[in-house]
Design a protein around this ligand. Structure first.
Ligand SMILES: [Zn+2]
Length: 195
């Protein structure tokens, strides 16, 4: 089922996600719905707070990045085959040089900015079957994980840009909060909740 994606300004995007247990209600279904919602919006990652659930869960599929011809064949193949569910993720290490990449977010349509992040990360998480894993990632895969990990910490990529750039996108953010933005996928805006 495709779920509405929560827009910038909703307090759920600012909550630190709670850890979940294997008996979390409808977990398999929630994960399947999140993948479906992400694919429908042509995203490469989606975190549970973006569908209104303040829990430590996010899904990633970097396949669309695999078409980038500037990357090596090996990197392309890696990106084409990286589909993963992360539960109760905990960032253990972020290291290596910071590099900039033009990021966007399904909760913040029509806004893209360069964000600087470390090259390599080490993460502990449970997969969809609750197997505990500790793994390192780098490059674009690390980048997408860092963006989604921020979501379960209540952080958005717009928090990581200069105050000048923040001022420049203020009007766009205001439009999202007022529900004036019309992306090609279903969204739920803070102003449309009848408060
Ligand atoms: Zn995002």
């Amino acid at each position: 089922m495709i779920l509405p994606i929560i827009g910038y300004g909703d307090p759920v995007l600012r909550k630190v996600g709670a850890e979940i247990s294997p008996d979390y209600p409808n977990l398999k279904e929630t994960i399947a719905d999140m993948f479906e919602t992400m694919y429908n919006a042509f995203g490469v990652g989606l975190a549970a707070p973006q569908v209104g659930l303040p829990i430590r869960l996010f899904v990633i599929d970097t396949k669309p990045f695999g078409d980038d011809e500037d990357l090596s064949k090996e990197e392309q193949d890696q990106l084409k085959n990286f589909r993963r569910t992360f539960i109760n993720a905990k960032m253990l290490k972020e290291e290596g040089e910071e590099w900039g990449f033009n990021e966007g977010c399904l909760s913040i349509p029509e806004v893209r900015e360069d964000v600087y992040r470390n090259e390599t990360i080490t993460l502990q998480y449970h997969d969809e079957d609750f197997n505990l894993k500790t793994e390192s990632f780098d490059g674009l895969i690390a980048r997408v994980i860092q963006h989604e990990y921020d979501h379960i910490e209540g952080i958005l990529f717009t928090d990581k840009i200069s105050s000048l750039k923040k001022r420049l996108i203020q009007k766009k953010l205001q439009n999202i909060m007022e529900g004036k933005t019309r992306p090609d996928y279903k969204m739920k805006f803070v102003a449309k909740k009848g408060r």
